[in-house]
Design a protein around this ligand. Structure first.
Ligand code: PTJ
Length: 254
């Protein structure tokens, strides 16, 4: 990757690569001012998860993909961090399941919107995809929210019954659930409000989730149909995983 110099054998290679991707995206003007702080918080939780997809997250990923595939209408919402870290994979997923993506950012400026929309267009061109990219002209508002973060597109977030919103803000997640949607959140922090508000919470790192979903699609794998799915249990399992692995590693007597 252009001027990225780290050796793949470095134990922190993946982490360094993600930081580099974010640095590059920041240079292009894609990211919010606090994007790297948000990423750092995510990294801290990822450390506790062993920087891997844990079994409960994989089950949630399968169920989430099942919901997206079987929805009458679904959309993948993209913000700055998500586009920088997993834009290509999420565009390929949107193409495979034939749904639009919508650029919907928390810290909305016309400049960032333009750069993100152009970046996604360039992914369409580079990979020969034809994904519909929404967000340039928001024509609806999410009820219960004030200001720019209420903006969305009628043809995307507003009318979709299932929506994948990685790294989502808690308020907006709550408002989308209140609209009756199945809201799929990806968040490394199982304690966040978004994690607790969502219909399906994938406690995992966004680029791993996107790669996992893509490989489930490419291998045409049987997906968890979510019978008796309880999101609170998924969250509990991730917290339990962290507690158990730490207590085993450090011989803690809890
Ligand atoms: O591009 P914008 O304007 O929409 O802004 C995006 C950010 C992420 C800056 C904005 O939504 C924000 O400030 O988010 P928060 O409230 O800091 O929450 C981000 C959550 O995502 C935190 O709970 C982090 O633990 C989690 N997180 C950070 N990086 C990742 C992550 N979860 C999964 N994968 C990551 N790579």
């Amino acid at each position: 990757m252009d001027d990225f110099a780290a050796d793949p054998s470095h134990p922190r290679y993946q982490s360094l690569l993600k930081r580099h991707q974010l640095e590059k995206a920041a240079e292009k003007g894609m990211l919010a001012g606090s994007a790297l702080i948000a990423h750092g918080r995510g990294e801290a939780y990822d450390y506790l998860l062993g920087e891997q997809t844990i079994p409960s997250a994989m089950l949630a990923t399968e169920f989430a993909l099942n919901q997206l595939i079987n929805a009458k209408k679904c959309v993948i919402s993209l913000n700055g961090n998500t586009t920088a870290l997993a834009g290509i994979e999420l565009m390929k997923i949107a193409s495979a399941i034939d749904c639009p993506v919508e650029v919907n950012i928390f810290y909305r400026t016309p400049e960032r919107m333009k750069v993100l929309l152009e970046h996604l267009e360039s992914i369409n061109e580079k990979f020969g995809l034809n994904v519909k990219i929404l967000g340039a002209n928001p024509d609806s508002l999410i009820p219960g929210l004030e200001g720019p973060r209420a903006k969305c597109c009628k043809d995307g977030i507003f009318s979709s019954e299932v929506i994948l919103v990685p790294l989502e803000d808690g308020d907006r997640c709550e408002a989308l659930v209140a609209m009756g949607k199945t809201v799929i959140v990806v968040d490394l922090n199982p304690l966040s409000r978004s994690s607790r508000m969502a219909s399906i919470t994938i406690v995992d790192e966004i680029s791993r989730v996107a790669r996992n979903m893509l490989s489930l699609i490419e291998n045409d794998d049987q997906l968890n149909d979510g019978e008796n799915y309880e999101n609170a249990k998924t969250i509990q399992k991730s917290i339990l995983y962290i507690t158990k692995s730490l207590s085993e590693k450090y011989d803690l007597q809890i």
